[in-house]
Design a protein around this ligand. Structure first.
Ligand SMILES: [Zn+2]
Length: 243
């Protein structure tokens, strides 16, 4: 059945001499595997479009339980700004890897919406570290390791919270506090905002540099401790942004 579906190519793998298998994240059907026949040959009109990071309308000969077949693509956005900048490309590579891991675990439509909007905001010039961190904190829900922003992780108390600790997995109250690093209320409130914000509605970000880095460091630690994901693209990104 021929279907027209909005989506984004998350991964591509070579298939035979001239073809590719694409993993397309779509807004209606989650992740779709599609074979793109002959697209590596120099005369193929889909040669440049049928590649990783293409966001568009996909025309597929669609099958539910086996590989679909790519027929055509109308590109929606080619992310020209991101592709000019090695740091932004590295964020995009990491976001795609991470999203692929998340949708393999558990697909929900909100993942697609958050993912596409985060990349569109980076393309529009908003801070890629902040957008990536917003996605990371939202993705924790789908990875089954949601950050507890409600109560002390040890005793459940909602009162006298003194800090939030990535290794403990959330808030620590005065009673349970030993000598964990103090993360101030401003950062805690920002983490909550990151978690709750609707990405498509963000028009500007007024967050100071040191808070941005603190939150990034917090989420790096949390991801290492709780998600079991070790992505090469994340390591590379960290070497670039000096974490
Ligand atoms: Zn406690």
């Amino acid at each position: 059945m021929l279907k027209k579906i909005e989506g984004f190519i998350l991964t591509e793998t070579p298939n035979g001499e001239n073809s590719k298998i694409l993993n397309i994240l779509t807004n209606e059907h989650g992740l779709i595997g599609a074979i793109a026949k002959g697209v590596k040959s120099s005369k193929n009109p889909l040669r440049s479009k049928a590649s990783k990071y293409t966001y568009g309308i996909f025309y597929l000969d669609y099958y539910d339980n086996k590989l679909s077949k790519l027929e055509d693509i109308d590109v929606i956005n080619s992310f020209k700004e991101i592709k000019k900048d090695i740091i932004k490309i590295s964020y995009l590579a990491y976001i795609c890897d991470l999203t692929y891991q998340v949708v393999k675990e558990n697909y929900q439509n909100s993942i697609y919406e958050n993912f596409i909007n985060a990349i569109l905001k980076i393309e529009a010039g908003l801070n890629p570290m902040v957008l990536t961190n917003i996605l990371e904190i939202k993705y924790l829900d789908y990875l089954g390791v949601r950050l507890n922003l409600e109560s002390c992780v040890y005793c459940g108390s909602k009162k006298n919270i003194v800090t939030i600790d990535p290794d403990a997995g959330g808030f620590i109250c005065q009673e349970c506090y030993h000598n964990e690093p103090i993360i101030n209320t401003k950062i805690i409130n920002l983490l909550r905002k990151y978690y709750l914000v609707k990405i498509s509605s963000i028009t500007k970000l007024n967050i100071n540099e040191s808070s941005i880095f603190l939150i990034n460091r917090f989420l790096n630690q949390y991801y290492e401790r709780f998600t079991g994901l070790y992505l090469q693209s994340k390591k590379f990104l960290n070497t670039l942004v000096n974490q």
